[in-house]
Design a protein around this ligand. Structure first.
Ligand SMILES: Cc1cc2nc3c(=O)[nH]c(=O)nc-3n(C[C@H](O)[C@H](O)[C@H](O)COP(=O)(O)OP(=O)(O)OC[C@H]3O[C@@H](n4cnc5c(N)ncnc54)[C@H](O)[C@@H]3O)c2cc1C
Length: 517
């Protein structure tokens, strides 16, 4: 049976792992509601969705794993804001002003062209990738590949089941090439606004071309246009840094221009931490311990590496590493002491003389292209049933990194497969009342212990999606229900081994992670 879906033209916002996965899912769904995922030659299938565009604001595919942005310094150090604004995404992120005269008469072929000089607000896009050159993953390769396109799991002897950042980059580039996905992408194209007008989603797009990148001139040519779509997929990732409001932060930043104060995501090469004499990490989770290792080797006593955290780490291995010798764990910070380059902790103790302060404090979940006005009129637009379907409108979905756990490509696949099933018209979502009840239930789940726990991840994020998959779509986890399969256990062991090897100076964290065979 063939069903004519009303959803023909789809916009995917973001070309990272989630956007790539969604695109692959949609083009592999046929008009008769079947999934051909994994098939490379699609010439004999009639696709359910005729027209798909992936908007990507960077120069190529891969999201955080895009080679072009991993090595570029694009972020500012820390915004200079009033204290009450530090923890607000809309203050930390600079949203481009949409030209007043933009209308749907401006199309991709006839855009509104604007030429302007780069200004200092451009950097508040926070375009750096949090991934840095020598990073190795904290999730096993098996779960950072799509289930329908597995690579040889052990790429690099030194990393066991893990991979280097380049391995992930190369894998994603290979997927794009093998499935001929590039033709769906529009690069340097940032979606600045999304609103629904008369049953169509109207996207306002800003295409950027650097016309002159000399420091004196730096001319940016912008092409603005609007385009209508039947449905929108949000896959914009999480890149806007979260800064907690800590007393005297603004004064600390202003008084100490020589201190290296930055968010963990803005560090291009963690080697810089090794040169610092006294380092304070704010935040005690994975992104903090990942960077802490690069401050070593250094004398362990007296300790010159401090880690301030507000609760015990969720994962035992993070606790083991962050409490190891040479690292002093402290409580939350009460306030900065600007003239002493120091801080007072909530337990009353004081430490001074820091020359580096790293905010390893995570990210905002932020969708800047949905305007305040839209969200005011559609207050539940960002409540996602099954983590994916907007409660306000099922033609708006989220398939990306929308929770606090790592991506796990299998999880991302689950969202997109369900979207393909529902949007092709072959599967129907539960009633709004049931959707609301599901969302309410989610809010009561407080004890999330997910990192590497494959069984819990699939139970919490993927199992409920399976019934909405197109016919023949495989379970992204291949039926695996073990809590900590061998690869996941080995991943945690490997992270810990490398941490201590770097800390003790046995390896320098560089080079050894290149492919050895
Ligand atoms: C340091 C670090 C280490 C990590 N390690 C791991 C790991 O080991 N394992 C793991 O599974 N995950 C890891 N992650 C999580 C990581 O987020 C995921 O691996 C994955 O990149 C998420 O994919 P995504 O597509 O949702 O988002 P992203 O990779 O962030 O991609 C989003 C894309 O959307 C684009 N975009 C954003 N807004 C717009 C717009 N308005 N218009 C057009 N394009 C837009 C961006 O340019 C970007 O290309 C790590 C993250 C960090 C920061």
């Amino acid at each position: 049976m063939t069903i004519e879906t009303q959803i023909k033209k789809i916009a995917i916002i973001g070309g990272g792992p989630a956007g790539i996965g969604a695109l692959n899912e949609l083009i592999h769904t046929s008009k008769d509601g079947k999934s051909y995922i994994g098939v490379k030659d699609l010439s004999s299938n009639e696709q359910a969705f005729g027209d798909i565009v992936v908007f990507e604001k960077n120069s190529s595919t891969g999201g955080l794993w895009n080679k072009d942005i991993i090595e570029k310094a694009l972020d500012p150090q820390l915004p200079n804001l009033e204290l009450e604004n530090y923890d607000k995404a809309e203050e930390v992120y600079y949203k481009y002003k949409i030209p007043e005269n933009i209308t749907n008469e401006y199309s991709i072929d006839k855009p509104l062209a604007i030429s302007r000089k780069k200004n200092n607000t451009d950097i508040y896009q926070w375009s750096n990738s949090g991934v840095y050159k020598d990073l190795f993953t904290n999730v096993a390769t098996k779960y950072m590949t799509f289930s329908y396109d597995k690579v040889v799991p052990r790429l690099n002897r030194a990393l066991g089941p893990l991979q280097s950042a380049w391995d992930v980059t190369n894998y994603l580039e290979k997927v794009v090439k093998d499935y001929d996905l590039k033709k769906y992408f529009r690069f340097y194209s940032s979606v600045e606004n999304v609103e629904k007008i008369n049953d169509k989603w109207v996207l306002t797009v800003r295409k950027q071309v650097i016309a002159d990148d000399t420091e004196e001139k730096f001319i940016i040519n912008e092409e603005w246009y609007q385009e209508k779509f039947d449905a929108v997929i949000i896959a914009n990732g999480k890149t806007i840094p979260y800064f907690p409001k800590i007393g005297l932060l603004k004064e600390f930043v202003e008084t100490n221009p020589d201190i290296y104060i930055t968010h963990s995501k803005s560090i291009l090469d963690p080697e810089i931490l090794h040169e610092k004499k006294k380092v304070l990490f704010i935040g005690g989770s994975i992104s903090a311990v990942d960077l802490v290792q690069y401050t070593f080797p250094r004398p362990l006593n007296p300790s010159t590496v401090f880690l301030s955290r507000n609760s015990l780490p969720t994962y035992q291995w993070v606790k083991n590493l962050s409490e190891s010798e040479g690292i002093t764990v402290k409580t939350r910070i009460r306030n900065f002491i600007p003239d002493k380059q120091g801080v007072e902790f909530e337990d009353g103790s004081i430490e001074t003389g820091f020359d580096a302060v790293i905010f390893a404090t995570g990210y905002h979940q932020y969708v800047p292209f949905l305007s305040k006005e839209y969200l005011k009129n559609h207050p539940r637009a960002l409540d996602f049933y099954l983590h994916s379907f907007s409660l306000e409108d099922e033609t708006l979905v989220n398939v990306g990194y929308n929770t606090d756990i790592t991506a796990f490509f299998n999880r991302l696949e689950g969202y997109s497969a369900a979207v393909a099933g529902v949007w092709s018209g072959f599967k129907t979502l539960k009633s709004k009342k049931d959707q609301e009840a599901w969302i309410e239930r989610q809010k009561t789940i407080t004890n999330k212990v997910f990192h590497q726990d494959v069984s819990q991840i699939r139970k919490e994020y993927v199992d409920d999606l399976l019934e909405f998959f197109p016919e023949g779509r495989n379970d992204p986890f291949g039926g695996e229900r073990t809590s900590f399969p061998t690869d996941a256990v080995e991943a945690i062991d490997t992270i810990q081994k490398i941490f201590f090897d770097i800390k003790e100076g046995k390896v320098d964290g560089k080079g050894v992670f290149e492919v050895l065979e």
